[in-house]
Design a protein around this ligand. Structure first.
Ligand code: 5GP
Ligand code: ZN
Length: 114
């Protein structure tokens, strides 16, 4: 997926402030943070939207959530709380069509979200 922004970030063809990487996933700071902590956690595998996740991705998706919790702990926001978001398609405002978990924290979140 040469034209996918997050594939390019995971392949190091575009720079990003990467804070974690393993064979399956990458985490980096969002370029336009919406909270004091705003990290994007992505699989290295290209999956366009949450609707494209299949049975073979079950372990991978679990891995992304566990990474999010690990990073939240490292950033000191786990106890206070944080939000995990995966926007899907237009009404949710998805702009990058490679799934990513937004990890947002370090401030009081509001509900309902905008
Ligand atoms: P979405 O709107 O698809 O849920 O989220 C895409 C996110 O990617 C946005 O929060 C946006 O700020 C972030 N983003 C877009 N382009 C870049 C980039 O080149 N680098 C980084 N680090 N984040 C990006
Ligand atoms: Zn991709």
């Amino acid at each position: 997926m040469n034209n996918c922004l997050f594939c390019r970030i995971s392949a190091k063809k575009i720079p990003a402030n990467i804070i974690y990487e393993d064979s399956e996933a990458v985490a980096f700071y969002d370029i336009n943070p919406q909270a004091p902590v705003h990290v994007l956690i992505i699989p290295k595998k290209h999956i366009s939207t949450s609707l494209d996740i299949t049975d073979e991705d079950n372990v991978l998706i679990g891995h992304l959530f566990r990474l999010a919790g690990q990073i939240a702990k490292e950033k000191g926001i786990a106890e206070r709380g944080f939000r995990l978001v995966m926007n899907t398609n237009a009404d949710a405002g998805q702009t990058v069509f490679h799934i990513h978990l937004h990890l947002l924290g370090g401030r009081q979140m509001h509900w309902p979200p905008g």
